[in-house]
Design a binder for this molecule. Sequence first.
Ligand SMILES: [Zn+2]
Ligand SMILES: [Zn+2]
Length: 134
Amino acid sequence: MKEEIDCFSQANKKDIFYECEICHEPISNPICPRCLTYEIGIWATLYPNIRRELLNRLKKYLKTIGKESGGLGSVQCIRCNKKEMPICAYCFINYVLTELEDIGVNKIIKKEFLQFFNYDLGHTPYSYLPLPLS
Ligand SMILES: [Zn+2]
Ligand SMILES: [Zn+2]
């Protein structure tokens, strides 16, 4: 009896860079929007009214992410290990900012939000935003 061993079953995994669906930058620090939404929920507990409104909007938005690609090619989130959200944290935080503006939060809360979620992703810093320095 001759037994064949499959040499390829343990092929090395390649380092693959996935592109963000929105900015087309490689996703190098993958935290999925679902995990970020969870953290935003924690941050926003100080502001119950904003929290309720913002999380409603983000839940709707989460349902639309990755629909086109069906989640294929998504990078694995380092927190929840799921692969379903092919957009980077930077783009998602940017989206959250536009929602915060839409809700009409004041600049102090916006600035606090940015300090909380200012991940170093190698993108353009958020400094273009009209935030007060004092
Ligand atoms: Zn992006
Ligand atoms: Zn996740």
